[in-house]
Ligand binder design. Sequence first.
Ligand SMILES: [Ca+2]
Ligand SMILES: [Ca+2]
Length: 183
Amino acid sequence: MKDQRSRIKHRTSTINHRTSGGAFTLVEVLIATFLVGLAIAALVAANGSFSMANVAGADLSTAEFLVEQIRELTMMLPLAEPGLAAWTVLGPEGDETTLAAYDDVDDFDGFDSASLGAPIDARRATLPHLSAFRQQITVQKLNPSNFDEVWDDNTASNFARITVNILQNGRPISSTSWIRARY
Ligand SMILES: [Ca+2]
Ligand SMILES: [Ca+2]
């Protein structure tokens, strides 16, 4: 009888031990739920940031593409009107009233694609599906011995910096410049 009681006592104590060591308490469950919630919130926040970064990256790629169109368009053109005795004025010549008539790079000084309603490609065709973007071009004469210094249009320098600014919905998102020489 004593042995039987002792066996029952032992079994009960084993069960109690298993219950306290193997199962979760309410506090543990609450902490785990809280931590899982935190992890999910962090994942959702991170996903949002990645999406925003991707959109920004896509916009910059578009800006780069639009700069490249201007670079290709002007690459084969002379820097200044051919046959000029003195290169003292930048911009389109008197009879060059449309984009199609521009025949030298400095004709593009002051160009703003907003006047066409959309940016242009290397063949001067508008890109209506990118109408949120805008190309602005400036051409500036440079000091031949110091390209950081801009000279007035009517000076004798044969070097110029071409700058293409890209705006998206009126906000500047990229600016690219390169230098050309007049031979
Ligand atoms: Ca011209
Ligand atoms: Ca010109």
